[in-house]
Design a protein around this ligand. Structure first.
Ligand SMILES: Cc1cc2nc3c(=O)[nH]c(=O)nc-3n(C[C@H](O)[C@H](O)[C@H](O)COP(=O)(O)OP(=O)(O)OC[C@H]3O[C@@H](n4cnc5c(N)ncnc54)[C@H](O)[C@@H]3O)c2cc1C
Length: 128
């Protein structure tokens, strides 16, 4: 996705044009895969991908998520989620996504946002 508008990052850098990739990089969400190989590449960092990353990375798998847009998926656009276990007062989708990213990173999972994955991405030898 390419937008025609410009924007700025928290450090004041101008982004023009403000593509998804540039905004994600400016917000520190894009990290080029830092390892030569991974045990698990998760396509999509919605709730399912983030939960999988926390489980896999905490279990010792070298894990990276590749997300086409931004972490959080559909849930990240939700103002309040009221049926999530452990959040009796509800939580916003963006807060949930931010917390999940911190948790996944704490276990060593990587995340590269603003990158869509196609069948020819070549990041993994075997798709499951
Ligand atoms: C407005 C709204 C309100 C909602 N409210 C609630 C609620 O209150 N309670 C509730 O339980 N559920 C709610 N939902 C549903 C909930 O958000 C979804 O069930 C949940 O997000 C599904 O998670 P997921 O990870 O399976 O998929 P998604 O959230 O769809 O995440 C998939 C991710 O994969 C990425 N992706 C897809 N293809 C590729 C590719 N080729 N390469 C890289 N990345 C890719 C997408 O960009 C996306 O970020 C709501 C949904 C919406 C839209």
């Amino acid at each position: 996705m390419v937008t025609r508008s410009s924007g700025s990052t928290p450090d004041g850098s101008r982004l023009a044009p403000a593509t998804v990739e540039r905004v994600a990089a400016g917000l520190g969400m894009v990290a080029a895969p830092s390892r030569p190989g991974y045990d698990l590449v998760i396509v999509g960092a919605g709730p399912a991908g983030l939960a999988a990353a926390v489980s896999a990375a905490s279990g010792g798998l070298r894990t990276v998520m590749v997300e086409a847009v931004a972490p959080g998926g559909q849930a990240g656009t939700t103002s309040v989620i009221e049926n999530l276990l452990g959040f009796p007062a509800g939580i916003s989708g963006s807060e949930l996504a931010a917390r999940a990213v911190v948790q996944a990173r704490r276990f060593g999972a990587g995340i590269a946002a603003g990158r869509g994955v196609g069948r020819r991405a070549g990041l993994c030898r075997r798709a499951v």
